[in-house]
Design a protein around this ligand. Sequence first.
Ligand code: HEM
Length: 416
Amino acid sequence: SNPIISLSEMTDFQSKEDEFSPHHWYRRMLKQDPVVYNEASDSWHVFGYDLVKTVLNDHEHFSSERKRTIVNVGYISEDDNNNEGEHHIPDRLDIHNVDPPEHRKRRSLLAKAFTPRSLRLWEPRIQALAEQLIAKFAHQPVVDIVEAYTSVFPVMIMSDLLGVPSKDHHLFKEWVNQLFLPSTHTTFAEINEMKRTAGEEYFKYLYPIVVAKRLNPGEDIISDLIRAEVDGDQFSDEEIVRTTMFILGAGVETTSILLANSFYAMLYDQPGVYAELRNNPELIPNAVEEMLRYRFNISKMDRMVKKDNNLLGIDLKKGDAIVAWMSAANVDERVFEDPFTFNIHRSNNNKQLAFGYGTHFCLGAPLARLEAKIALSTFVQTFSRIENVEGFILEDNLIPAAAGQSLGHLPLKLYT
Ligand code: HEM
């Protein structure tokens, strides 16, 4: 069977805009049965806050070792093809597709590169990058904020933190774009081929950098991965290159979308928020949580039923695929009062589940939050006001990203 669980029949959105702002659909799904079966994709779906948490965290019953997945960006290697398209576990570094106890060991190895100490070290570099990018468009009356800022900042940060020389950042961005293009049933072969080429070029470029850093480590993620050791285990050079690809896949597009959607929210959901954040930048971290809760509508993750169970109130069979819709759980009124209102003062919005929950909780969440905080605070310090441009048509400016529709362009007027 096809390894990709297609959600298009399940959601039945009539437009790109419907998918970008799916609250109506979430509201409907949250009122339905707690667990919904979709025949077209042969998969189960949960939307409510508590059930979503159970599916994400109860690894005894809901496994990350899947045969099918909604994640359609992965590159399937030749070996996997010989394996008739089954998603098999490529190596001992993959933490996304593995359950405890093995997961715990692998995660602690990777976590060495994401410590609070690293974040403190990186903060000034991230700050400097935000300032550099803003300086390039600060004098323009109108800017496409996606093109100039939100789609550039996260990939620049990641290449910088990996220790890639800044002259090569543009090369890096191209590979990352190609490596994580989403594919559908019909485009699978063609896109997979493009990814293979990009993957080879990326590998050829990065491998010598890893080898050099092993002799001469620095303060970057690759050097941290070189130093990482758990129970006498260490990463090989090849494994480190593959791990950086995984980190990029997990951390670039997601953060770009968070930033782009934050600007959209400040322009269209609640225009008063911008002035509030400029005057009270200490509100920014809570505003970021509210963006993740309210405007980050792509968060969903799947598991495979590991043993027959009735934990969700219906009989699930071993091997069944189940999708947890975190973005829907984020508007569950049992947890969030008046959930369809964007409210940066909400006191419990750090309960949002956009980063997942439990065992596999996003390892990059502190970094993503820091990037968003710096991106917004540097921006609001620079510009007194922003305004939307007349005639902006959302539908024409949405493009398909890995996890759903996202902003391809977002023009806005700038006032210093
Ligand atoms: C896992 C979301 C940014 C690295 C996850 C998961 C989610 C998620 C939902 C859990 C998957 C599961 O339960 O199976 C996000 C969002 C981001 C973001 C919404 C930004 C807004 C990042 C960044 C990095 C990163 C910046 C690293 C640079 C990871 C890793 C995992 C992960 C390594 C795997 C954790 C595990 O399986 O134990 N992320 N992520 N993420 N994320 Fe993120």
